[in-house]
Write a protein that binds this ligand. Structure first.
Ligand code: ZN
Length: 565
């Protein structure tokens, strides 16, 4: 080993130290830029699918018009839904539908899915920062275009997102925390419906349960009390609107985790249930995706399905599962799937229009897989290049000083134990957007992860400094000519941690890419990717501070001896 036979010239060691520091800081800066870029790619995602002209996939619903009431209960878990007497009464005569919610399971994206049948990938509504009129067609748009009388009551966001004031009658409530809104919304809805002499499409949104979920968590008694309170107002609404000929669809947009929050993939967040009851609806238990609600409501109400719906009407809950209305929805779903496939995978152009729900789903999956395969192959060479660079770094480090590399490796293990111990065990977090209960917590959340990455990084340097002298017979303290070596140990440890993180970032990038142009990445992988970039950023500070840690350890380590010269 070179280091045991002769000391390299101190100037070489100082140069390597500076090179290591510059590399670490460059990785830190690059990761910071990439983190911002990647976050914005998801938040500002522009869906290419909104360019599909709804009129090109429109298929008129030949069924009779029916009065239809669509009620969104924000943040209602399956468990809570089953404690509501109104829901259970409707379940007893209608369809009990287990729902899967698309991700990110945030409010604006999921409301949009309910009203349009388009999940985030299609609608382009990926977060609650989407504060403008959505670009996909909604049930309200269709009902207005088809000359049906419409009424909307709920929070003001419904007007911002869906132009709900275009309805024949509408009433909006400012979303004020710590105030109970549902009673007023029900009063508005009943009053406006009476004024219209019974609207043909009624849309009502209940915000309070979600508020209680955020404030107290879904397992808190306050949440349960709120569910009971909303149940009474919902009962008033359903009783007031039901004329015996009305179809009711009461659906949550998402659930809540026990401690409060949603956005991620936790079971109580993305698995909830809705109730559909009224003329044409069978008494069944079935399952569907949230995107299937809008087509189902359209089929039942005699409306044509909104033009950007990826969902398909839930035939299993209909008394007539093969009606002309269902056939019309299926035909439209096939036309839209074909347009979707043409955008995602241009080579699919020769495929015929799918004719069954299964064929439609097969076409979506085939197009997605073909595109993902092509995207991933295109990134393979660069990915292999990154692997080569990481390997080269490891080999250079090993040749330079195998003892330093072993010490840095032990330090790196310590880093991941400390960082992940804090993340998973102390805080109880998961790689899930549900970690932040409110949008305002996002910045603080990421800042705190940076602080913890710095703490874990300094622990790693401390561990590396403690281990290194144990590997030498006569370790020397950090005085000339050993000073640059001791300082470098902190930098090398930091670089090794960064190398492991770069590897993880590269694996994500190979799978999903950094740009979001036609689909969102898998959400928990994307969340981990953001956290890896945040750690890489914070570690730039560790490269600088870590030199001080390894210096001090070298100075006071019981095994280091004074240089006798
Ligand atoms: Zn919420």
């Amino acid at each position: 080993m070179p280091e045991s036979t002769r000391m390299p010239r101190p100037s070489t060691l100082w140069s390597l130290l500076v090179l290591g520091l510059v590399t670490s800081l460059a990785l830190s800066y690059g990761a910071y830029q990439l983190a911002g870029y990647s976050w914005n790619q998801v938040v500002d995602y522009r869906s290419p699918f909104v360019d599909i002209d709804p009129d090109t996939t429109r298929v008129d619903n030949p069924g009779a018009d029916r009065r239809t009431v669509l009620i969104i209960i924000d943040g209602l878990t399956d468990e809570a839904s089953r404690s509501m007497s109104v829901m259970n009464t409707l379940r007893a005569r209608g369809a009990d539908v287990a729902l899967t919610v698309p991700q990110p399971s945030l409010s604006f994206p999921t409301w949009t899915t309910i009203l349009s049948g388009a999940p985030q990938q299609i609608s382009g509504v990926t977060t609650n920062w989407y504060e403008r009129r959505v670009e996909v067609e909604t049930l309200l748009d269709v009902a207005i275009a088809e000359g049906r009388s419409t009424m909307v009551a709920g929070p003001t966001d419904l007007d911002m997102l869906y132009g709900a004031s275009d309805a024949d009658a509408s009433a909006f409530t400012d979303w004020v925390s710590d105030s109970y809104m549902s009673a007023g919304i029900v009063d508005d809805a009943l009053r406006l419906d009476a004024e219209l002499g019974g609207a043909s499409l009624v849309i009502v949104h209940f915000p309070d349960i979600d508020e209680a979920g955020h404030a107290f968590g879904a397992s808190a008694p306050e949440y349960t009390e709120m569910v009971a309170r909303v149940n009474d107002d919902l009962d008033r609404l359903v009783t007031g609107l039901d004329d015996g000929e009305t179809v009711f669809c009461i659906t949550p947009d998402h659930g809540h985790i026990a401690t409060g929050g949603h956005g991620g993939w936790e079971d109580p967040v993305i698995h909830t249930s809705c109730v559909i009851a009224g003329p044409g609806v069978a008494h069944v238990t079935t399952q569907a995706d949230l995107e299937d609600i809008a087509p189902t409501v359209a089929v039942l109400g005699g409306l044509s399905t909104p033009g950007h719906a990826r969902g398909i009407a839930i035939a299993s809950l209909l008394e007539e599962p093969d009606s002309p209305a269902i056939q019309a929805d299926l035909k439209r779903a096939g036309l839209f799937a074909k347009d979707y496939a043409a955008i995602v995978d241009p080579s699919s152009g020769t495929i015929g229009t799918p004719m069954s729900a299964i064929d439609v789903r097969v076409l979506y999956a085939a197009a997605d897989n073909a595109r993902l395969d092509a995207d991933r192959s295109g990134r393979l060479a660069a990915f292999v290049g990154v692997l080569g660079l990481l390997l080269a770094f490891g080999m250079v480090a090993a040749l330079r000083s195998w003892r330093a590399l072993v010490s840095a490796t032990v330090g790196t293990v310590a880093y991941f134990v400390v960082y992940n111990g804090l993340f998973f065990l102390v805080h109880g977090y998961k790689w899930s957007l549900s970690a932040f209960n409110e949008e305002s917590m996002v910045q603080t959340f990421f800042n705190m992860r940076m602080v913890e990455a710095v703490i874990a990084g300094l622990v790693a340097c401390l561990v590396a400094g403690v281990v290194y002298p144990l590997l030498r017979k006569e370790p020397k303290p950090p005085h000339h000519p050993y000073l640059p070596g001791w300082l470098s140990l902190g930098v090398m440890t930091t670089l090794l941690i960064q190398a492991v993180l770069v590897l993880q970032v590269a694996i994500f990038w190979r799978m999903w890419g950094a740009a979001v142009v036609w689909r969102l990445p898998e959400m928990s992988a994307g969340f981990k990717y953001d956290l890896d970039l945040i750690q890489l950023t914070a570690l730039g500070a560790v490269a600088v501070l870590g030199t001080g840690v390894t210096y001090l350890v070298g100075r006071f380590h019981p095994k280091t001896r004074r240089v006798t010269s």
